[in-house]
Write a protein that binds this ligand. Structure first.
Ligand code: PLP
Length: 341
């Protein structure tokens, strides 16, 4: 298969139209059989549930080429499960897990020319999403929905090397207790835009959100979970019902325990403990782990001993091991790698 004429090492994280995307419509209480289409536009009612009341959720995962030349995805079953949870919380119909996985396989296979080659650092980002498409004016769930899945090649995250981030503790809240922080809903992102633009204007890369009820415990950033390494080498991650359960973070905790033999703990982490941590990283599909060098708490800087030039040693091991598993250089736990071709 001839690859698309793309300078893989130099593309950013933006939308590049590929050949085919998957669509399935929900009407009269059931999903249709679904199809691939070349049409990258969506035509819906001006009064669609998604446009009026933001009834929509999404997922994000990647396909890439392994060292031995296969095209694979990383734990897509967990994305399917998480989308089920998101749909239920938003009163949307569930798109069956097997069909979600089939849509991933079909769309990636149909866009094989856009799956970046091994070693380029680039990957094919896959975006499944669902939205209420029928007209809704009184507040209630829509009656019709569309599930769609497209993919777009994205460049290496750490272009020109890793650069530890500077983040600030935000005065805005991301998610209320018993709210929607644990599901992947567009509405969680819409309301985070003001805070992230404000953070960037003030020279910070990201916001660290605290728990909304007490503002004493670490939650996550707008789009990535935290992991910390304590000074005695334990890997800890915040436990909270309003954090989005990152697949990358869950995988890293398994890697820490089973591959690196480290002690791991998911527990409440207080803001006051940050100064005692040795390393800090942000976990998500896009970067796997982005190291955090310092945290600004209303003018007081908390600087991690790992510094501002490189990943900390444990973060680096976690990163190398998980990316090694993903790329087929290290044997993966059962079921983690889903081969498409
Ligand atoms: C998607 C997302 C993450 C990262 O999850 P992954 O499954 O690792 O990509 C973390 N936090 C939020 C709020 C997210 O939406």
């Amino acid at each position: 298969m001839e690859k698309a004429n793309i300078d893989w090492g130099n593309i950013g994280f933006g939308y590049i139209k590929t050949d085919k995307r998957y669509v399935s419509d929900y009407k009269n209480g059931s999903w249709d059989e679904g199809r691939l289409t070349e049409d990258n536009t969506v035509v819906i009612s001006e009064c669609a549930g998604v446009l009026q009341y933001a009834q929509t959720c999404f997922e994000g995962l990647k396909a890439y080429t392994t060292e031995d030349g296969h095209i694979v995805c990383f734990r897509p079953d967990l994305n399917a499960d998480r989308m089920v949870d998101s749909c239920k919380r938003l009163e949307m119909p569930v798109f069956p897990k097997e069909r979600f996985l089939e849509a991933v396989r079909m769309t990636v296979a149909a866009n094989e020319a856009y799956v970046p080659p091994y070693g380029s650092g680039a990957t094919l980002y896959i975006r499944p999403y669902m939205f209420g498409s029928s007209a809704v004016i009184g507040v209630k769930p829509a009656e019709e929905y569309q599930f769609r899945l497209f993919c777009t090649p994205v460049g290496p995250y750490f272009k020109g090397g890793v650069k530890p981030l500077t983040i600030r503790i935000s005065d805005f809240d991301r998610a209320a207790p018993h709210g929607t922080g644990h599901i992947k809903a567009g509405l969680n992102y819409a309301m985070s835009l003001y805070a992230i633009v404000d953070a960037h204007e003030k020279g910070f890369d990201e916001n660290m959100y605290l728990d909304a009820a007490t503002r004493t415990k670490v939650e996550e950033t707008g789009g990535a979970n935290f992991i910390f390494v304590t000074k005695d080498g334990k890997v800890v991650t915040p436990k909270s019902g309003s954090i989005l359960p990152s697949i990358t973070r869950r995988s890293l905790m398994t890697v820490a325990k089973d591959y690196l033999g480290l002690e791991v703990e998911e527990r409440e982490i207080y803001k006051d403990e940050l100064k005692d941590m040795a390393e800090c990283g942000l976990c998500g599909t896009a970067a796997v782990i982005s190291p955090v060098g310092k945290i600004n708490d209303h003018g007081t800087e908390i600087c991690f001993p790992s510094g501002m030039t490189d990943m900390g040693p444990v973060t680096k091991k976690l990163y190398d091991t998980l990316t090694g598993i993903q790329m087929g250089r290290i044997e993966a736990p059962e079921g983690w790698i889903c081969r498409i071709k």
